[in-house]
Write a protein that binds this ligand. Sequence first.
Ligand code: ACO
Length: 329
Amino acid sequence: MPKAKISALGCYVPPRLLTNFDLEKMVDTSNEWILERTGIVERHIAAPDVATSDMAVEAARVALAQRGIEASDLDALLVCTVTPDMYFPSTACLVQHRLGAKKIWGFDLIAACSSFLYGMGVGAHLVMAGTHKKVLVIGADTMSRIIDYTDRSTCILFGDGAGAMLIEPSEDDNYGLIDFLYEIDGSGGDALKMPAGGSRMPPSHETVDRKLHYVHQDGQAVFKYAVRKMYEACRELLARNNVTGKDLGCLICHQANRRIIQATADRLGMPPEKVIINIDRYGNTTSATLPLATRDALTQGRLKKGDLVVYAAVGAGFTAGASLWRWAY
Ligand code: ACO
């Protein structure tokens, strides 16, 4: 079975910034509270005419250019998102058409904040099966479209953005995906959800009046699960591969709250320089956090060829997991 490696990365964030000071004028909050409780300073917000597929296309183009290939060289395209342009056609179809990719297939993957982690795994397995040579995994979310900007408990958390990773066979068995551990637990479904708009509660005047088309979250329940599960997934994955936190070059976690990442890193015995945190500049971009954090790790010289890297995420569902890679470029 061929190994699957990440061979290129592209990211996009919309230019408009929403700072904590802007939010102070919108809801009853403060820069100090947001910074202390979440680590967020600012987030990027898409212009009204920009949708998830637009940001996905931008990120995809950067990744393709970095690798020096055309969209028509791709075999498959996955778009990880909880904010598709519309239910159907899938955002993958919209992106495929815009990129001009021919004779490929693809689909959208929904696993909330774990979407990109799961997408990386699915993409890698398409490659490892020997049936695909180039799979583009995109994580893109326009969270600002499903956030109630009068609800201070959620509106401070999220931002918009996109990232894309190209996954290819690795000529060298030492590089690429080593192992993964994913787990879903639907018993936590009520803790974080967008209640209306689906078949259970179709959109109506009433659902809009009751703001049920926005994100609803029991922050503490999600926080407790995330702190426990992110560590447990990493610990189990590392243990079964005889790797310790000290052996890792980099820990790249979903960026939902600085305290969740810090708690995971501390318990794994990871020194701060190996833990990638950029929630201060982007907030929680849901499916885009892992590629955005990878870009920072690379540009800051904190992720290098040959490094062991753990990706970890927890999200609505609940969804959770971690994957272990040896970085290939
Ligand atoms: N500004 C000021 N005060 C606030 C704000 C705010 N923005 N938001 C809440 N508060 C208040 C509350 O009303 C509460 O006041 P009270 O004590 O008078 O009732 C107090 O602050 C404490 O509220 P908590 O909810 O207990 O605050 P907590 O420390 O738990 O932080 C937070 C809230 C940041 C949301 C945290 O719980 C968290 O990060 N949870 C996890 C979020 C997450 O990981 N989501 C998953 C990913 S999203 C996805 O999958 C799509």
